[in-house]
Design a protein around this ligand. Sequence first.
Ligand code: GFB
Length: 312
Amino acid sequence: MNKDSKIYVAGHKGLVGSAIVRNLRARGYENIIGRSHSELDLTNADKVREFFKEQKPEYVFLAAAKVGGINANNKAPADFIYENLMIECNVIKAAHDSKIKKLLFLGSSCIYPKMCPQPIKEEYLLSGYLEETNEGYALAKISGLKMCQFFKKQYRDNFISVMPTNLYGPNDNFDLQTSHVMPALIRKFHEAKINNKPYVEIWGTGKPLREFLHVDDMADACVYLMENYDGEEHVNIGTGREVTIRKLAKIIANIVGYKGELKFDDSKPDGTPRKLLDVNKLNSLGWRYKIELEEGIKEVYQWFIKNYPKDN
Ligand code: GFB
């Protein structure tokens, strides 16, 4: 990529897309374009085709997706599989037809089998059944990854894929019903602190293990791989470190300054027991994460306090 290459970040207002835009700007890329959902509906094939024809992007980061936490995924599997498949089909095909130079597709660590050996190597894909709470989303993301591989194989398109672990950062979704665990717990502990609530409810048993990566690290890895990786196989992006949900809750409570109790509601699903990515491939390509978990949470908590509506 040259500094004046035309780069389209699909999903430029979301958690990951906005971080990719910040990272590209910081590296001196100047010709970045994005379209909000109301400007361009990526599930509409004609509109997407038209957009690529008119704008002629040279590089594409496909960070647009319908995303959500365990509850959102569990309740709306049809929406998750449909919208994500449509976005992927439309953007990848339009990128192929307009002969762009390179595309990077973002997947998710939930593409791997539920009972995968740990840490999860890239080659474990499709070696077992999926976690049921996010099967729709996972199937769509597996299809996106495979589409990129197949377009590369059949047409020599330079389409690559990355599979991030659980991400967090500024511009996240803090809605308690649809968010991921990190923003949900930041908000729950903050509200419990200011309202002097004696306890905070945590979904599930607290036993599942999760790996968390700050979205600024994620964006840095994406831009790094766009610049340096052309392989057919996808690349895991993570830290290689994990915590239990119980430990995560304690870390967040401590950062927020909440002194009450934690109550675990095991009527809510735990989801996959463990999903720690093997990041040896990424490390050997020359990239390593920088932001430690506590440092990242402190930063996001400050962002949340600043941006959280005061009447809540
Ligand atoms: O982050 P999360 O929603 O997604 O939940 P997944 C992680 C764990 O935190 C689960 C527990 O064991 C939840 O039960 N948890 C505890 C909570 N309290 C809360 C809470 O208040 N809110 C939420 N959301 N969780 C998603 C997938 O799985 O991860 C997506 O559904 C995607 O497809 C994403 O892959 C990265 O890690 O379980």
